[in-house]
Design a protein around this ligand. Structure first.
Ligand SMILES: O=C(O)C(=O)C[C@H](O)[C@@H](O)CO
Length: 255
């Protein structure tokens, strides 16, 4: 068997704009529905969603064959957690709350085998397709994508050093937590937050790395961030889509 290519990583490094969606609903039925919707990438969220490893395994399988690529958001920058998601075949990670270059290096090291990192070895995991991918251990890193989240003012001040860390394929700016760190909780589109995100995206690009962000329900702002340099841009959250559209439908008939 061949090592699966990572189209998300390849498009990211080619500078191709990729439109994504957050999948907070912990269901492989939902992830397959969303995988056919037309997005380039889908975040399988295990930080802010009641989603665990066995279910993410099912979600990864549900997306096989669809063009949309899974990006697993782990709950923390933790090598043990990353190891388990690596072994089920995850090839793209979104790692939250990375504060500086040291934490970015730790995130990358968790995805690499020695001597490049500390990833634990398993002889027959889904990642290697149970030993059927002959060159997995020599080529896996080519198709491994590490996205780190910068989502505090402190981390945003260090975005250039984070961008320079080898193996960091992209930097996602988290509007929600960033706004909270700015004293603007639940105001991710506050003008000061928008200005900070735009500046961060420009600096990430100037540092030679690739920026991404999430915007919910505001196409103009999403396109403003794309103009500022976002090349992996999430434009919605499934749970919010379900909640708002179901409310609207009920209101049509219930008033
Ligand atoms: O800080 C943020 O904003 C993010 O990291 C995205 C949110 O966590 C995501 O759950 C959407 O609310």
């Amino acid at each position: 068997m061949q090592l699966p290519e990572n189209p998300f990583k390849r498009a990211l490094h080619a500078g191709t704009q990729q439109i994504g969606l957050w999948c907070a609903v912990p269901s492989n039925y939902v992830s397959e529905i969303l995988a056919g919707a037309g997005f380039d990438w889908l975040v399988l969220d295990t930080e802010h969603a009641p989603n665990e490893l066995p279910n993410v395994f099912n979600q990864l399988q549900s997306m096989v064959g669809y063009g949309t690529q899974p990006v697993v958001r782990v709950p923390w920058n933790d090598a043990v957690t990353l190891k388990r998601f690596l072994d089920i075949g995850t090839q793209s990670f979104l790692i939250p709350m990375v504060q500086d270059a040291e934490e970015a290096r730790a995130a990358v090291a968790a995805t690499r085998y020695p001597p490049d990192g500390i990833r634990g070895y398993a002889v027959a995991s889904r990642a290697t397709r149970f030993g059927r991918i002959g060159d997995y251990f020599t080529r896996y890193a080519d198709e491994m994508c590490v996205l780190v989240q910068v989502e505090t003012m402190e981390a945003l001040e260090k975005v250039e050093e984070i961008a320079a860390v080898p193996g960091v394929d992209g930097i996602f700016i988290g509007p929600g937590d960033l706004s909270a760190s700015m004293g603007l909780l639940h105001q991710p589109t506050h003008p000061r937050v928008v200005e900070a995100i735009e500046d961060g995206l420009r600096r990430i690009t100037a540092a030679g790395n690739r920026g991404g962000v999430l915007v919910v329900g505001d196409e103009a702002l999403a396109r403003r961030y794309m103009a500022a340099g976002s090349v992996f841009t999430a434009v919605g959250v499934d749970a919010a889509l379900f909640a708002r559209s179901s409310e609207a439908l009920a209101k049509q008939y219930k008033g």
